[in-house]
Design a protein around this ligand. Structure first.
Ligand SMILES: Nc1ncnc2c1ncn2[C@@H]1O[C@H](COP(=O)(O)OP(=O)(O)OP(=O)(O)O)[C@@H](O)[C@H]1O
Ligand SMILES: [Mg+2]
Length: 472
């Protein structure tokens, strides 16, 4: 469990780190972009000032005799200095200090090169220098101190650095908060799963808030919990019901065994009766246990399904029922009859090969299902009563199997409970049985994708219908 907790913490940390890193990256990149933009703009502004100064000088220098002063770059008072050079590189203006004259300046003066900018250091200060052509084969050099702009840039850089560091710290805080808040539902889910694992109690659902992905996850988790709970409850009830139901036959078994234990003191007739009862009770208990095992088994494994021709299977079930219930007459109607009319006792009628009505399923299970319906019909039939069994093909690839008897039918209040486990109507309690037959029949039907319903025939008697998908 501590390993799971460790993974959860690690996930939270990972989420926090990823979120913070993303936000921090955006903050740092934005600051860097802002810094570069400011630097570029300040540089451009310096160059624009120099260019407009050069244009002014060019206009003034049309007159070769015009006098214009050269400013000094040495003193802070004059940020600009200016001088003119001729094609030989000689400074033609007067001034305290001269700006450095390079080959480029001579080329500009002689008209072999256009204006250009340079960064130089003058008296220990950074200076931006523009050399531009002016009339009379001269070039003007204008220097402008760039340290005020550099200082401004430094200030902007410092502000942006503070903003970035603050942004990164804030991003870390936000990432941590987002991870903490975002993973809270996951934490709740984990806690619930751990609780269920520890207590095996799946009855308390998780609280679902909102409609996001995690809420949907919680909702599906709840659905899963509900199903788990239902299945656990069903299993518990089955075991409780089963142990209750087994108690009665076990008691009578014990009584009869006790009777037989006194074999020397009872008459032969009494002993035979006790043996008969013992035999009956053992048969009943064997059936009960078999039904319970079947019910607990649930779904059919799909791999074992095979094509089952329903008519021969039904005919086989009818023959078995005829042997068990010699006082009842069974009639089987099949698709091959055409007319759908009664054909008399099955042993004489269902001998012809019938290809139609093939379903996909487990023959043994389907036999139990049909056997249970026939058993009920015969059990509730009056002596000499008739049971009609019909197999017919329905539109939409369905096969319908109906079993109808001429007994008392089913009371309206019993109809909704007929397929419940251990349910037996009041009138049926005098007859043998445990009330598992129909529950099992319906379970088999469901696992074959079929439906099993009960009704009363308009002309009297119970009428059971099995609708099962055709396999062809
Ligand atoms: N053909 C029928 N006519 C009248 N009532 C029926 C018929 N079939 C079933 N029932 C009613 O439905 C109840 C449940 O039937 P089910 O087959 O599950 O149990 P059972 O026959 O009593 O016992 P088991 O089949 O386990 O031996 C019966 O007890 C009876 O009340
Ligand atoms: Mg039954």
């Amino acid at each position: 469990m501590s390993g799971e907790r460790g993974r959860r913490v690690a996930l939270r940390t990972r989420l926090a780190v990823v979120t913070s890193a993303a936000v921090a990256l955006v903050v740092v990149l934005t600051s860097l972009a802002a810094f570069l933009a400011v630097r570029h703009e300040l540089g451009r502004q310096l160059d624009r000032n120099l260019a407009s100064e050069a244009a002014r000088v060019r206009a003034q220098a049309k007159d070769p005799e015009a006098w214009w002063p050269s400013g000094s770059c040495r003193y802070a008072g004059g940020p600009a200095c200016i001088q003119a050079v001729d094609a030989d590189g000689d400074v033609v203006t007067e001034g305290d200090e001269t700006l450095p004259v390079d080959e480029g300046a001579r080329q500009v003066a002689s008209g072999r090169r256009g204006a250009y900018y340079r960064d130089i250091t003058l008296f220990g200060r950074p200076v931006r220098l523009l050399t531009a052509p002016i009339p009379h084969d001269r070039a003007v050099q204008i220097g402008l101190r760039s340290d005020p702009a550099d200082r401004a840039l430094l200030r902007v850089g410092a502000v942006l650095l503070v903003v970035s560091v603050g942004g990164v710290l804030l991003a870390g805080l936000l990432g941590w908060a987002i991870a903490r808040h975002g993973l809270r539902p996951v934490g709740r889910l984990t806690a619930t799963a751990e609780r269920i694992a520890a207590t095996r109690d799946a009855s308390t659902p998780i609280e679902v808030t909102g409609a996001d992905e995690l809420a949907r996850l919680a909702a599906s988790f709840n659905t899963m919990l509900a199903e788990l709970d239902a299945s656990v409850t069903a299993q518990r009830r089955l075991v409780a019901d089963a142990s209750h139901e087994l108690r009665t036959p076990l008691t009578s078994l014990r009584t009869n065994i006790a009777v037989l234990a006194r074999a020397d003191r009872i008459s032969e007739a009494q002993r035979d009766r006790a043996l008969d009862a013992l035999d009956r009770e053992l048969t009943e208990m064997t059936g009960l246990v078999r039904d319970l095992v079947d019910l607990a088994r649930g779904e059919e494994p799909a791999a074992l399904l095979e094509d089952v021709p329903l008519v021969p299977l039904t005919a086989h079930c009818v023959r078995t029922a005829e042997r068990h219930w010699p006082d009842v007459t069974f009639h089987l109607h099949t698709p091959a009859d055409g007319s759908g009319s009664a054909t008399g006792p099955v042993s004489g009628s269902a001998s012809g090969p019938v290809e139609a009505a093939v379903v996909s399923g487990l023959p043994a299970r389907l036999e139990r299902l049909i056997g249970n319906l026939l058993d009920n019909a015969a059990k509730f039939s009056p002596d000499g009563g008739a049971v009609e069994v019909a197999v017919s093909e329905e539109p939409g690839d369905w096969i319908e199997l109906t079993v109808r008897d001429h007994g008392p039918g089913i009371a309206d209040e019993d109809l909704p409970h007929l397929f419940d486990r251990f349910y037996r109507s009041r009138s049926a309690r005098a007859l043998p049985g445990s009330g598992l037959g129909l529950a099992m029949a319906r379970q088999i039907a469901l696992s074959h994708g079929a439906t099993l319903t009960a009704a009363n025939h308009p002309a009297g008697g119970a009428h059971f219908t099995l609708r099962i998908p055709s396999a062809v």
